[in-house]
Design a protein around this ligand. Structure first.
Ligand code: FSO
Length: 437
């Protein structure tokens, strides 16, 4: 069925059925109908889950229940099968629950393959020698590349969501995994132009390359780019040969040293100390600040927000949104770091487990904890994580810098009334509101 007919049939906004030239992609009333938006939401959520599942499967971890749900959820986005807005919301919540299960599966895959992360300092400059920059989320591809480059004199650098790889014992043991270059995914054109090394893209968030580095870029796994050589499987010989044919990088110390690798076990090993500091009034509040970053100009909010937080607060962070804040020196509260990097976006499961463990420790519900989530949004996997948080009953989440594209006034009303979802505003005002100061 043509898109405009589908929208006309689903148009609950104007209660009219308009066909033909009267109905545009936006609907006759200028709005995309709620049911179509809820279907879009489900498509986006299943896309996010599929990405996490892919990386779990490539490490040998699968779950038939998740596969069965994906099939059902994806079918529900089809035309002429589910016209029920309430059921599509119910399915979104179920998708959130299934995404918790998916992130847990991927975490298990990562830990059982590479060990549980440990706090690790990561350099942000270059050292003399040939180099390869690896971008994306794919730990398996990075692990294989590290194994194949050992002893070749090539230095391997991570970019963006591969920064947390430095915390995994099975990866950090490679001495030629020497640092992280750049920040979130959207700096890659500038970054890859700047460093004349080979580049390997392992997952989503690769951009169409500039001509100047196209021939030294490679993709692997699900990633493909026009005019860029794709490596099937995990034999990265062409990447290694390319790196060796390119000039050596010079020694150039980075401006900051980043720390990543705070696992659930590491954070929970500090729980008695954390409890004592909370009870003594030395830790007033915890924040989770992170998510999928975008080049939106309002995204500067997140750095300002963290910069303005009082000294008696702790910030947990994850995903590429962390690059807004992870160079800030927030110090510590009696040995507990004030900035704790939990890992990739899929490591939201670590944040969830920590929040649940803290709630148990304090004998309260998760919403009674002195914890506020301040998330940055981009229309990709973030949606799967948002529904996971909502499915767990977490309320009062701050979201920005823009609303999800599938939200309209009706959906926003439901999200506000049921989950107290809030939009970011002015950082100072938001902090006052959260801390009641
Ligand atoms: Fe960021 Fe990209 Fe990982 Fe997202 S690098 S934006 S959809 O992949 O989730 O944090």
């Amino acid at each position: 069925m043509a898109e405009k007919e589908r929208l006309a049939m689903f148009c609950y906004q104007c209660s009219q059925t308009v066909r033909g030239t009267g109905c545009t992609v936006k609907g006759v009333c200028g709005k995309v109908p709620t049911v179509a938006r809820l279907q879009d939401n489900l498509i986006l959520t299943t896309k996010g889950m599929a990405a996490y599942l892919y990386h779990a499967r490539e490490l040998g971890y699968t779950d038939p229940e998740i596969d069965a749900f994906l099939e059902r959820a994806f079918y529900a986005t089809f035309t002429n099968v589910n016209f029920d807005a309430a059921d599509l919301v119910r399915l979104a919540v179920e998708a959130g629950e299934m995404n918790v299960r998916t992130m847990r599966l991927l975490k298990k895959a990562h830990i059982e393959t590479y060990g549980e992360p440990e706090p690790t300092e990561v350099q942000t400059g270059t050292i003399k020698g040939h180099g390869i920059i690896v971008t994306g989320h794919g730990l398996k591809a990075l692990g294989a590349l590290l194994e194949q480059t050992e002893g070749t004199g090539i230095n391997v650098y991570t970019h963006s969501e591969l920064l947390p790889a430095h915390g995994y014992p099975g990866l950090k043991r490679y001495k030629h995994l020497v640092g992280n270059l750049g920040k979130a995914w959207f700096d890659q054109k500038k970054l890859f132009s700047k460093y004349p090394v080979a580049i390997l893209g392992t997952s989503n968030c690769v951009l169409i390359p500039r001509e100047e580095y196209r021939e030294r870029m490679f993709t692997t796994g699900p990633t493909r780019l026009p005019g860029v050589r794709h490596i099937d499987g995990y034999d990265y010989t062409p990447v290694i040969e390319k790196a060796q044919s390119l000039p050596e990088l010079d020694e150039e110390p980075g401006e900051v040293v980043l720390t990543t690798g705070f696992s659930k076990s590491v954070v929970l090993s500090l729980k008695d100390k954390i409890k004592q500091l909370v009870e003594a009034g030395k830790i007033r509040h915890f924040f989770l600040v992170g998510g999928c970053d975008s080049p939106h100009k309002k995204a500067g909010y997140y750095r300002e927000f963290v910069r303005l937080l009082p000294q008696d607060t702790i910030v947990l962070t994850l995903a590429c949104g962390k690059f807004r804040i992870n160079d800030l020196n927030l110090g510590n509260i009696e040995g507990i770091p004030r900035l704790i990097d939990l890992g990739q976006c899929n490591d939201s499961i670590v944040a969830i487990d920590i929040a649940q463990a803290l709630a148990e420790l304090f004998g309260v519900g998760i919403n009674e904890l002195p914890l506020t989530l301040v998330l940055s949004w981009m229309e990709q996997k973030a949606v799967a994580i948002l529904w996971s948080l909502l499915a767990l009953g977490i309320k009062g989440i701050y979201l920005g810098p823009i609303l999800p594209a599938w939200v309209n006034d009706d959906i926003l009303k439901v999200l506000r009334e049921s989950y107290d979802l809030r939009l970011i505003g002015d950082p100072e005002e938001d902090i006052k509101q959260i801390l009641g100061a």
